[in-house]
Design a protein around this ligand. Structure first.
Ligand code: F6P
Length: 366
C-alpha cells in the first residue's frame, strides 16, 4: 500500500505557497510509494466533519507555481491546539483537539504531515511532534523574520512590490513637492522596509529595530526643502515606533485570531510631523495586503520549489521534527526547537544598515 503524506498551509498567505505544494507533489510522483493529499484551510480540513481533504496529483498542481495565494486555503484562526467553540451565551472558548486530530490522521492512513507556515504554525508543529506526529515544517512569511533560514519565500516578492510603490510615489512626490510616507508590512523586523527603501532610493527608512526621533526626520525635510521645493520619501514598517512611544497595535476582533493587528504608524508620523511644525504637503500610503497577493517573482518560485522537494525527501527518509531551511547555497533542515527559538531582525550594525547610512539615508536615529 502506498504511504500517504498530508500537506497544509497555515497562517497568513505568501507568494510561493503553491510552488511549494507543486514541488512536494512532483517529487512524490517520482516514486510509486507515496500519495499526497491536502488539508483545506490548514488543519481545519482534518478537524472538520465532514473532513475537507483534496487529492494532490500532478494534474492538480500543473502550472500552480506561478499563482499567488494557496490552492489549499489558509487561516490565521484557531487550529488543533485552540479550536474555537461558541458557548450558549454567545461567548467563545478554545479547546485542545490535537490528540483527537492525531488519532484521526492515523485512521486516515496519514504517515507524514508537511506543515507550510510561519513561526506560529511551526510552534504547533513542535507540539504535535512531541505528541508523536511525523511532521515536517516549511517556513513561510513575507516578513523574512525566521532566524533559522537565510530567506523565506515570498519576502523578495514583497520587497519587489514595495520597491515599485516607492518608485511610483517618488514621481508623484517630486511633481507636487511633497513628503510621502509609505507604510509596509513587518511586525518585528524591518527587512521589507529597509530593502525597498534602498532599492527605491527613499530618503528616510524607519524600522522596528531602530526607534526613531521625529526631530531627525524634521531635519531631513528641512534640508530637502531648503530652497522651497523638494520631496521626501519615507518608508516605515508597520512595527516601527518613536523613541518615546509604542508600536501601534490592537487585539483582533476575529474569533480565534491571537495575532495583534498592526497598522496606522504612517498616519501617526504624518500627524506628529505636522504637530512639530512641518508645513510642506504630506500624504501617506499603506501598502497592506498588496504585498502578500499575486504571483511570486522568480527567486521565490525557485526557493519555494526547493523547499517543497526537500520537504518531500525528508518524508521519504523519515526525518521528522525538523523544518526545511535555506543556508546559502544549500537547502538543509533544522529542528523545530531551533527554528522557533528566536526572530531574525535587522541588526543595527549590519551591512545593510551600513549601506543605507552610506548612501545618506536617515534611519531616524542620527
Ligand atoms: O506576518 C506576516 C504579515 O504579513 C505581517 O507583516 C502583518 O502584520 C500580518 O501578516 C497581517 O496579517 P493579517 O493578514 O491577518 O491581517
Amino acid at each position: 500500500m502506498r504511504k500517504r503524506v498530508l500537506v497544509l498551509t497555515g497562517g497568513g498567505d505568501c507568494p510561493g505557497l503553491n510552488a511549494v505544494i507543486r514541488g512536494i507533489v512532483k517529487r512524490a510522483a517520482q516514486t510509486e510509494d507515496w500519495e499526497v493529499i491536502g488539508s483545506i484551510q490548514s488543519f481545519d480540513g482534518v478537524l472538520r466533519e465532514p473532513t475537507e481533504i483534496m487529492t494532490l496529483d500532478e494534474k492538480t498542481v500543473s502550472g500552480i507555481h506561478v499563482q499567488g495565494g494557496t490552492i489549499l486555503g489558509t487561516t490565521t484562526k484557531g487550529g488543533p491546539l485552540a479550536w474555537p467553540v461558541q458557548e450558549k451565551d454567545g461567548s467563545w472558548s478554545f479547546i485542545d483537539r490535537s490528540d483527537e486530530m492525531i488519532r484521526k490522521l492515523q485512521y486516515m492512513g496519514v504517515n507524514a504531515v508537511i506543515n507550510i507556515g510561519g513561526d506560529g504554525s511551526q510552534r504547533i508543529s513542535q507540539t504535535l511532534f512531541e505528541k508523536g506526529l511525523n511532521i515536517i515544517g516549511v517556513p513561510k512569511t513575507i516578513d523574512n523574520d525566521l532566524s533559522a533560514t537565510d530567506y523565506t519565500f515570498g519576502f523578495q516578492t514583497a520587497v519587489q512590490i514595495a520597491t515599485e510603490a516607492v518608485d511610483r510615489l517618488t514621481t508623484t512626490a517630486a511633481s507636487h513637492n511633497r513628503v510621502i510616507i509609505l507604510e509596509v508590512m513587518g511586525r518585528d523586523a524591518g527587512w521589507i522596509a529597509l530593502n525597498a527603501a534602498i532599492a527605491g532610493g527613499a530618503e528616510v527608512c524607519l524600522i522596528p529595530e531602530i526607534p526613531y526621533d521625529i526631530n531627525k526626520i524634521m531635519d531631513v525635510i528641512k534640508k530637502r526643502f531648503k530652497t522651497g521645493t523638494g520631496h521626501v520619501n519615507i518608508v516605515i514598517s508597520e512595527g516601527a515606533r518613536p523613541v518615546d512611544g509604542q508600536v501601534l497595535s490592537h487585539e483582533s476582533e476575529e474569533v480565534g485570531n491571537m495575532n495583534l493587528k498592526l497598522g496606522g504608524i504612517a498616519n501617526k508620523l504624518l500627524n506628529d510631523l505636522k504637530a512639530n511644525g512641518c508645513e510642506v504637503d504630506m500624504r501617506e500610503t499603506v501598502l497592506g495586503h498588496l504585498q502578500r497577493g499575486g504571483t511570486p517573482i522568480a527567486f521565490d518560485r525557485i526557493l519555494a520549489t526547493q523547499f517543497g522537494v526537500k520537504a518531500m525527501e525528508m518524508a521519504m527518509e523519515g526525518t521528522y521534527g525538523e523544518m526545511v531551511a535555506y543556508h546559502h547555497p544549500d537547502i538543509v533542515s533544522v529542528p523545530f526547537l531551533e527554528a522557533i527559538s528566536k526572530y531574525k531582525v535587522v541588526r543595527p550594525n549590519s551591512s545593510l544598515v551600513h549601506t543605507a547610512r552610506g548612501i545618506g539615508m536617515c534611519l531616524g536615529d542620527e
